[in-house]
Design a protein around this ligand. Structure first.
Ligand code: RIB
Length: 310
């Protein structure tokens, strides 16, 4: 069983369906509203736990009802809450999400308490880091937490997956300590200046990232799959699975939680990505984020169906 430490955000997702994403100054009449656990860190932790990983979550929530819910939700998922701290004054974070008729989304995150995770909070989880096979983090918390996580994992010689979402600047000395980086096209452009529109531009962006010292680059390309490059050849595209998407929010989180699970369970790089692509595909067939993450048996029967239908 993969042992994973996730350092990241927990926020409550407040999601409305809408005919189209509103433009500046526009009010639209939305459809159904749904509230549930979210945040890129929390979603990735749930994705990994549902694939039977042993997950420890490091985050911060408020001393409010949403904070109580967070701890209850993580416990129900079998995720260790030992290193979830509660800020005395700041509220639990929230995300306002609009999902349109094409299943595309727009998100505004107010990190609240999880934007205030400190170096001490991360270092308090040292024993979980020591026990872990891999460390997974995003950029939806404070840069202080990001720095402390990468430094601690590096000190302990643990592989690190950085999902650079949402984009914040990360210094080159930190990037050089990252094992796997998983930007989408937008984040890849912000990190490298290269507009990723094709396989060759994905390769160009990936080469720039490898030059920073990152060991392996996986650029997620939505319906087109991923471009993977570890600096040893010219890199390759790995196809996505074709499914009927109803809500793409959290697809990247599903991918990252699954990738952490399988790359630390002994799967090859390509096999771990193929499985992560399948988990991302299954997640977009359901509405919601953490609650839409598939369980291991769903993944296995999806993959089995693909084998028998080929
Ligand atoms: O990646 C999707 C997540 O981004 C949502 O759950 C929302 O909380 C935002 O953090």
């Amino acid at each position: 069983m993969a042992k994973i430490v996730v350092v990241g955000s927990y926020v409550v997702d407040l999601m409305s369906r809408t005919p189209h994403i509103p433009s500046a100054g526009e009010t639209v009449l939305g459809g159904p509203f749904q509230m549930g656990p979210g945040g890129k860190g929390g979603n990735q932790a749930v994705a990994a736990a549902r694939l039977n990983s042993n997950v420890t979550m490091v985050t911060k929530v408020g001393k409010d009802i949403f904070g109580n819910d967070a701890i209850q939700n993580f416990e129900q998922e079998g995720i260790s809450t030992q290193y979830i701290t509660r800020h005395p004054k700041e509220q639990t974070g929230t995300a306002l999400i609009a999902v349109d008729n094409n299943s595309e989304n727009m998100i505004v995150v107010s990190p609240g308490a999880c934007g205030l995770i400190t170096k001490q909070d991360v270092e308090a989880a040292r024993s979980a880091f020591i026990e872990s096979d891999i460390v997974l983090l995003q950029l939806e918390t404070s840069i202080e937490a990001v720095k402390a996580t990468i430094e601690l994992a590096h000190e302990l010689n643990k592989p690190v997956i950085l999902n650079p979402a949402p984009y914040q600047e990360v210094t080159p000395d930190l990037l050089a300590k990252v094992t796997y980086i998983t930007p989408n096209e937008t984040e890849a452009k912000l990190l490298t200046g290269v507009e990723v529109t094709s396989e060759s531009s994905a390769r160009e962006a990936a080469k720039k990232l490898i030059a920073t010292g990152v060991k392996t680059v996986i650029i997620t390309l939505g319906k087109r799959g991923c471009f993977v490059y570890d600096g040893r050849d010219e890199g390759r595209l790995i196809d996505a699975y074709n499914v009927l998407a109803v809500d793409t929010t959290g697809a990247g989180d599903a991918f990252n939680g699954a990738f952490a699970t399988y790359i630390s369970s002994g799967y090859s790089l390509d096999e771990a990505i193929i499985r992560a692509n399948a988990v991302g595909a299954l997640a977009v067939t359901k509405v919601g984020t953490a609650i839409a993450m598939p369980y291991k048996d769903e993944l296995e029967s999806f993959l089995q169906d693909k084998v028998t239908s080929n």
